[in-house]
Write a protein that binds this ligand. Structure first.
Ligand code: GDP
Ligand code: IMO
Ligand code: MG
Length: 428
């Protein structure tokens, strides 16, 4: 097998960065294919913590090429900050490729993100305010600026003028906001263009050539199924497709060329931002999960909402993405719990339903049906073999696999690379 997709199955922050970093050691190339700097992927290596936003989580593996593909919305400022920070920490950043078709996050995208959130008032989405939604809106509106435009001085000057005139009109007339300065933006972005130009190429031909040559490629999803613009809890979602199908659109790699799909599942559940969360625990259990798991957002520092594992959501993610194996992360965070619950079905108006309701009104009425498991009450962070896990932890994992109909392929018992139990031997 040579192409593997890693997808989040819940509401993000499942530990995708950790799993990607682990598997990247066996890969030739790691590819981000959607989202942008709204992602915060943490990799822990040799006692150091790296928080990655646009950079693929393969960057800490020497000899691995990192690709930012066309489906990503690319913020050059964030990218260059990341490059500089990584270089300062001695990380080799020479092996990076950026798609000439990726769309560029411009200053007005971040401003509109903020203004639109303010306008929504108590209906706000709780976005990361990184300009992600507005950048994808402009892409669909066909007024986006792409990397190939950014690195062409004349083209960029013309496009920036044209789009900025339109944006300033809206900013002033609709939002009563001061206009943005063309010369300042031009100068800032020309500086970025010069620095990123050496990394830019046609990543579609690069990736397809790599696949033809039998190279091993890992596709790193950001966000997760329940934040997908079609399949998530719309409108409380992000603006891209964080599912396995997103790879075809976001990287130009055909579905038939994808060999394996891994769904990353946090052993309990968290969500940042607004929107439905059926298993949320607004009580001392939720507080205990947040404290034990240090559940605060990587990008925004916001406290994450916490709750029990929702196996219905994971099963749904499995169907949409065709997940072959679950990578269950943060199992160690449950070490201190006397009992652990898992939602195995949804009940609406006294009836069990076999779907994730599209309507937020109905989703708000859903009553999770819980099964209760005895905790294992021992520290599992040093376990490296499945059979060495406490029997109660194995029972929990086995039930998860039965309800979701997805086998457990990887178990993570700590943030570090070596705190990983490999169950499936055929991932790559
Ligand atoms: P991502 O966005 O899906 O990459 O996840 P984040 O990096 O936002 O959040 C996951 C957090 O959990 C990070 O701080 C990781 O270092 C950490 N982490 C990942 N796997 C494990 C694990 O198995 N156990 C523990 N304790 N921490 C983990
Ligand atoms: P990773 O890749 C968790 C959430 C935001 C908000 C919604 C829309 O680290 O798992 P956006 O800025 O994308 O328009 O915000 O999506 N969100 C995330 N939540 N992890 C993420 O990324 C997220 N990226 C966006 O909190 O609710
Ligand atoms: Mg994250």
């Amino acid at each position: 097998m040579s192409t593997v997709v890693i997808n989040g199955t819940q509401w993000g922050d499942e530990g995708k960065g950790k799993i990607v970093d682990y598997l990247a050691a066996q890969a030739d190339t790691v590819v981000r294919f959607q989202g942008g700097s709204n992602a915060g992927h943490t990799v822990c290596l040799d006692g150091e913590e790296y928080k990655l936003r646009l950079m693929p989580s393969g960057i800490l593996c020497k000899d691995t090429t990192c690709v930012i593909a066309n489906g990503v919305v690319f913020d050059p400022q964030v990218f260059l900050e990341e490059i500089d920070a990584l270089k300062n920490r001695g990380v080799d950043v020479s092996n990076i490729k950026i798609s000439n078709r990726a769309h560029v996050v411009m200053p007005w995208h971040k401003i509109f993100d903020e203004l639109n959130e303010n306008l929504r008032g108590d209906k706000k989405i709780g976005t990361t305010k990184r300009g992600i939604g507005p950048c994808y809106i402009d892409k669909a509106d066909r007024i986006g600026i792409r990397i190939c435009d950014l690195i062409d001085r004349e083209e960029f000057a013309a496009k920036c003028r044209e789009v900025l005139d339109q944006k300033n009109f809206i900013l002033q007339k609709a939002y009563n906001h001061e206009p943005l300065n063309y010369d300042e933006i031009l100068a800032e972005y020309e500086g970025y263009a010069e620095r990123i130009a050496p990394y830019v190429c046609d990543t579609i031909s690069f990736l397809n050539d790599e696949i033809d040559a039998g190279k091993k490629i890992l596709f790193e999803g950001a966000q997760a199924t329940m934040l997908d613009i079609d399949y998530g809890t719309y409108p409380y979602v992000t603006a891209s497709h964080p599912i396995s199908g997103g790879v075809a659109v976001g990287a130009g790699v055909a579905p038939k060329k994808i060999d394996k799909i891994i769904g990353v599942v946090k052993a309990y559940c968290t969500r940042v931002g607004e929107g439905p969360f059926p298993t949320e625990q607004l009580n001392e259990i939720g507080d205990k999960l947040r404290t034990a798991g240090h559940e605060f957002g990587t990008v925004t520092g916001r406290p994450r909402r916490t709750g029990w594992l929702d196996a219905c959501v994971v099963k749904y993610a499995g169907q949409i993405s065709g997940v072959d194996y679950m990578a269950v992360t943060r199992l160690d965070i449950l070490d201190g719990f006397d009992e652990i619950k898992m939602c195995v079905a949804y009940e609406v108006d006294g009836k069990i339903i076999n779907e994730i309701p599209a309507s937020l009104k109905i989703l708000a009425k859903v009553k999770p049906v819980y099964e209760t498991f005895d905790g294992w009450k021992v520290n599992i962070s040093n376990v490296r073999k499945y059979e060495d896990l406490p029997v109660n932890a194995r029972k929990y994992l086995e039930r998860m696999a039965a309800v979701t109909k997805i086998d457990v392929g990887i178990i993570s018992v700590g943030p570090n690379r070596d705190q990983t139990i490999i169950v499936a031997k055929d991932i790559f």
